[in-house]
Design a protein around this ligand. Structure first.
Ligand code: ADP
Ligand code: ZN
Length: 714
């Protein structure tokens, strides 16, 4: 039995009269007084005294989890060096989906009259006069009364109960609803994917197409093929902010929306969707990372859109990479997987170039749209005033675009007003008291904010160090500061800021996108939240305010990430029949990333990067893992790290580095140390880690987390 806890499989007795098979979902006692869900894993190893074993309490009346899902769970657990229980926890996230749906009831006017007729009650009865059945809340809203009033009428017998049929899943997407006419390149890629779906075996393809080439349109044909074959399709998106637009596009193509799976759903929606995925009613579902652990009845296709996106890496709790695990799930389910991107991860690109994945290419934008031309603005040759960040060249370009009644976007991947606030008298830098990070000034909120723990404080009237009053100066730009400068430089323009501080939740992001799309904004100033996936027909200029940002750093993927981000944001320009331009401000115009952006030669950049990774013995040419230790006492964290490293087994081809203070040495008051494990490609890294981590016991107060294939090195 595997229970959703970080535990090994447990043994339970099967009570008389109950029969269980592998995959059955049950309730079992755990610990002294509590119970939890469990999944029957097998018959156990035996040799235990049956009389002393606890018995299974209950078997849920649902189809057992499929063998494929159980194998997937075991595979993931083994890969990330966790127990199957820790992974089953991701599968059993909606416990009440296991119970049959309660009948839904509504009320309608009965024949009985009421004696005490208040004004409010009369209004309800007026609404009810049409004889239609409504739920309590619907009556209350329609009559403008509290639900108390409605309930009073139910008790008085003036409204009677009717049982509604169970909530249907609504109209089903229709694969033949509105198929597009594909271009020859699109058609070639689509035919390949459709054949892969029909083959009902595992295969992997990289759908590699420039922004606006119609990747979505093209993989929709594979989704249609999966539905036509009576199977289910899973489409994974990196961020729920992208799903609203996606749902509408899907509905245009298929006549109905797909099911959704992400953290923004209501409890009832999650419950309904989980069950519908399990019993096969859901034919297509779009979701975030966690959708990978749904109990599909018959999975026929997985699409991972924007496959390079770092959001696919789950960094809390059980650390796993949803894109990589999606490939595993497809293999186990014997279905194809399509990874789509304009800027694939280097790992995927290498897999495609080496022939492990099929490389499907869409080299041109759809229709008349062309790719924007990128130029670099050398900031060393520009006259910029103190505290100014928009160069004269970029300013002129924005003016020209606005004069043409077109739109521009200034991109800066930094929230707030300024990333650093310091005292000009003594140089004191304002830092978070709980994290090793500067406080970022947010001028609209009038606060200094830590971007790591979210803590904020008022801007103090005087420097806490030297007590000089009003001595703070803002260093460096954030979107708020660029917006202020833009308001001064382009006073006529309608300016909007888009960052996660100004927009809360996917609906607000969607509203901002619509405002740009319908041209009620002339100049958009945004962070990466605006970088991907959106179609802005009138946007013809993208100005990258700080092209140097993120180019170097401890992260082995810093260059790749910056290239991807700049490329994605460039892709926002010139999406319709108006050609677009991209201008990147930099102090280092000879940097390989920026030269690749300017030349548009993506593959040359990828080849160089791949060469560097290979020469440096870095992934995917070697394996990496990281151990992160954290705790309140720095001393104990350090000692625990040293003890752990001392206990590391010696193995050929494996090197252990550290412990070293993490670049973010403190988060929320906890000290952090990192240990890096580097292994040659042929080493069984998981076996090594399991052997190592089985033995040592951590001192109390220190937490250890293991990150296989780390993406973040903070
Ligand atoms: P990508 O996902 O590669 O960035 P999209 O799928 O968003 O590209 O396509 C860009 C735009 O071109 C969208 O507005 C899309 O509807 C349109 N488009 C692409 N292919 C076709 C086609 N074959 N027929 C009609 N419109 C298309
Ligand atoms: Zn902090």
């Amino acid at each position: 039995m595997v229970v959703p806890r970080p535990l090994k499989a447990l043994d339970y007795r099967v009570p008389d009269g109950m029969t269980l098979k592998r995959g059955d979902i049950v309730e079992v006692p755990l610990g002294k007084s509590s119970t939890c869900l469990g999944v029957v894993w097998g018959s156990g190893e035996g040799g235990l005294d049956e009389a002393r074993m606890k018995a299974v309490a209950h078997r849920f009346d649902v189809v057992p989890l499929k063998e494929e899902l159980l194998r997937f769970v075991a595979w993931v657990a083994s890969y990330v060096v966790a127990t199957p229980g820790a992974v089953i926890d991701l599968v059993l996230r909606v416990p009440d989906a296991l119970e049959p749906e309660k009948p839904r009831v509504a009320f309608r006017r009965s024949t009985r009259d009421v004696a005490k007729l208040t004004d409010a009650r009369r209004r309800v009865l007026e609404v009810a006069a049409d004889g239609l059945a409504r739920r309590v809340g619907e009556f209350a809203e329609a009559a403008g009364v509290t639900s108390q009033v409605v309930r009073g009428l139910i008790t008085a017998g003036a409204l009677e109960e009717v049982v509604l049929p169970p909530m249907g899943s609504g109209p089903q997407p229709d694969p033949a609803f509105a198929g597009p006419v594909l271009s020859p390149a699109q058609s070639k890629a689509a035919v390949h994917m459709i054949k892969a779906v029909q083959a009902r075996t595992f295969s992997a393809a990289l759908l590699d197409g420039v922004t606006g080439s119609g990747k979505t349109e093209t993989y929709f044909e594979a989704v249609a093929a999966a539905m036509q074959a009576g199977r289910q399709a899973l489409i994974m998106l990196p961020e729920i902010a992208l799903t609203v637009q996606f749902l509408e596009r899907f509905a245009k193509r298929f006549g109905a929306r797909p099911a959704e799976w992400h953290s923004d759903l209501t409890h009832a929606q999650r419950r309904r969707n989980w069950r519908a995925v399990m019993n096969g009613d859901v034919r297509a579902i779009v979701g975030a990372r966690s959708a990978l652990f749904l109990p599909f009845r018959d999975l026929g296709l997985i699409v991972v859109d924007e496959e390079h996106d770092t959001a696919f890496k789950q960094e809390d709790g059980l650390i796993y990479h949803a894109r990589d695990m999606a490939v595993v799930r497809a293999r186990i389910e014997s279905c194809p997987i399509v990874l789509a991107s304009a800027t694939p991860s280097l790992e995927t690109w290498i897999n495609a170039e080496s022939g492990r994945y099929t490389h499907l290419k869409l080299p041109e934008r759809h229709g008349k749209a062309t790719l924007p031309k990128a130029t670099l603005i050398d900031l060393k040759r520009e006259e910029l005033g103190a505290g100014e960040f928009i160069s004269p060249t970029l300013t002129q370009a924005v003016r020209d675009v606005l004069a043409q009644k077109e739109q521009a976007m200034l991109f800066l991947n930094r929230r707030g007003f300024a990333p650093l606030t310091l005292c000009k008298a003594c140089g004191h830098k304002m830092k978070c008291s709980r994290c090793s990070a500067w406080l970022v000034e947010h001028r609209y909120r009038r606060k200094l904010v830590c971007h790591h723990c979210g803590a904020d404080r008022n801007i103090p009237p005087a420097c806490p160090e030297c007590k000089t009053a009003n001595a703070f100066i803002a260093c460096g730009p954030g979107v708020e500061r660029v917006a202020e400068e833009a308001k001064a430089k382009f006073p006529e323009a309608r300016i909007a800021i888009a960052s996660s501080d100004t927009m809360h939740g996917p609906r607000q992001v969607q509203a901002a996108i619509e405002a740009v799309a319908d041209h009620s904004v002339d100049l958009l100033i945004g962070t990466q939240i605006m970088a991907k996936g959106h179609n802005f027909p009138m946007l013809t200029l993208v100005g990258v305010v700080d092209g140097d940002m993120g180019l170097e750093g401890a992260d082995i993927r810093a260059r790749e990430r910056t290239f991807q981000l700049l490329h994605q944001v460039s892709g926002r320009a010139g999406r319709a029949d108006r050609p677009g331009r991209v201008m990147v401000q930099t102090t280092d115009p000879r940097h390989p990333v920026l030269m690749a952006i300017a030349s548009g030669d993506r593959d040359a950049f990828y080849r160089t990067e791949a060469g560097k990774r290979e020469a440096g013995g870095l992934p995917p040419f070697a394996k990496l893992a990281a151990l992160i230790l954290s705790g309140w006492k720095e001393q104990s964290v350090r000692e625990a790290g040293e003890a752990l490293v001392a206990a590391a087994p010696i193995a050929h081809g494996v090197q252990v580095w550290g412990p070293a203070p993490a670049p973010l040495a403190m988060i929320r008051g906890q000290s952090r140390m990192r240990i890096a494990i580097h292994a040659e490609r042929n080493v069984n890294l998981q076996a090594y880690l399991r052997a190592w981590l089985a033995a040592p016991k951590l001192s109390s107060g220190v937490t250890l987390s293991l990150d296989v294939d780390p993406q973040s090195f903070m």
